[in-house]
Design a protein around this ligand. Sequence first.
Ligand SMILES: [Fe+2]
Length: 606
Amino acid sequence: MIVLGLKCHSHDTGAAIVSDEGGTLSVHAISEARLNRRKHSFAYPLMSIAYCLDALGLKSLDQVDLVCIDKHMERWPDANSQHGLANALRRYQPRYDDNHRWNYLAEQSMDFSQTAVQWVNHVDAHAASAYYASPFDDAAVLIAEGGTGIYQGAGNDLAVIDRIGYLGHTFRDCERLDTRRDHFVNSSFLYDRVSELLGYDIFGAGQTMALAGYAHLFEKRDLFEVAEDRFDDFIINHDHTVHAMRDMEAYRGADADIVAEPWCNLARQAQETLEEDVLYLAWRARKKTRAKNLCLAGGAALNCIINRKIMESGLFRDLFIQPAASDEGIPLGAALHGYYGSGGEVRWHMEHAYLGSDPGAPDLDDLVGTWKLASAPAGPEDVAKLLASGAIIGRMDGGSEYGPRALGNRSILADPRAPDMKTRINGTIKHREGFRPFAPSCLADAPPEFFDTPSNSPFMIVAGHVAPSHRDKVPAVTHADGSCRVQTVDAAINPDYHALIKAFGAETGIPLLLNTSFNDQGEPIVESWADAVGCFLRTGLNALWLDGTLVTKTDATPKADGAAMLAATEKRVASEYTDLIERFCTMETYVALGNQLAEQENAGQP
Ligand SMILES: [Fe+2]
């Protein structure tokens, strides 16, 4: 059986495909943003669908047995459309890359006719992404974000115990049963709101969490009121929250250093509220399921401090956290939900997150000829020496990571011992605020004794601590509060990256590398050679390590023209989408509907 999982609407669209042909479960997954280069892309995921089909060598959608599409709000599909005719006709500039008309036309003309389509509840998809990727045969499953859910997994079955939909509504069979007009946010929403007030957007939760790590520098002060009776259904009283947030507006737009009061207290309070609520939900999941294992997903499961607290709570014996815990993981969850829901029996354990495309060996002729770069073979020892001397190196090798964390295959690597490294990378490469912390990768079989991280932490998703006596030895990967977010690298899973960390340990005595995602501010993590070279030319990266080849700049290397690169990327993406519309859509429908929309729009003009 071959099942395609899709997220076609709102942010972080993408696709995943699972196939049990051959007796084991083959799994491939990617987010549209990685391919169309628009962060948190809202575009209909044609490129991701093409990637998934190509990964299995499929020529057409007819070869897929089942297509499972996420329905983000429980009322959908309304008239079989998530995007909606009204949106398609609306003429405002979307905030993100959300081209309503194009999405609507693609959605309505997709050639799924020979393929069964199922809609999957969004929270259910998150739950499937966690449980069916875990090593457990029985587990509680907790989803924590704008919607929440508690599930019980047993064998290949996943049963809903509690599910609260988005905006606090409960639904059955797409009918809204309950409207909680006065109580329609939870602490995950509150966290996002605080992130916005801190000057970020709805995707700024990571920054808020990082900022909360500085709160100990200031006197503790609560800045907004949080209802204490929120625990029954994880819902915060709307009146309290809105009132509090209205007061917070005064902070927005200030230029002051963000590592200051009240910013840090604002972040701390959001963090503490979310911690309290998610821990309560974990307790409730344990109480209702009596399960000894917990699977975790949903946006709040990217909060590594909370994950650590669940781990230390003693509520569960073991924990599996889906690395693509936020909506990037929805396509995988939808595919797994459809596969097991349709009688699929082959189990799978997500031992690594390298589910994306593998670019193979670089085109050295292009790198040298077009970009006037120098290339030379380089082994782990050579690269380790360079890193130890202060070089900042981009590594691209093997399948790309699914989810928001780079785990070695699309990573920027550096020496964790260098006191100025955090400033250098934030300032010259990532072009972002100096307070943002970096995380380390270490050897799973020989983690440094000065971390208290679990020995198996492959997804960089649980916080640990650096022993106080060692914090000055690895300042670049130790956060202000002494925490760190360690990734353990297994030699059997990623031998080349493991060998590099080991070589760095032999060179320096510290078997540890600073590992941050390979991208510049505002762009998704690099996916292709072109993306990697573009980022290399635009930033202060010293070298690239690509599939055993070290690439460096020369005097003849052209100065990066960011605007021209962006224009070339947009041209390529537009051309690819045109081809993919022809590949996957019924063109008669696409063209006729496009004409119909134009007529309706013209008729509406004065
Ligand atoms: Fe979600």
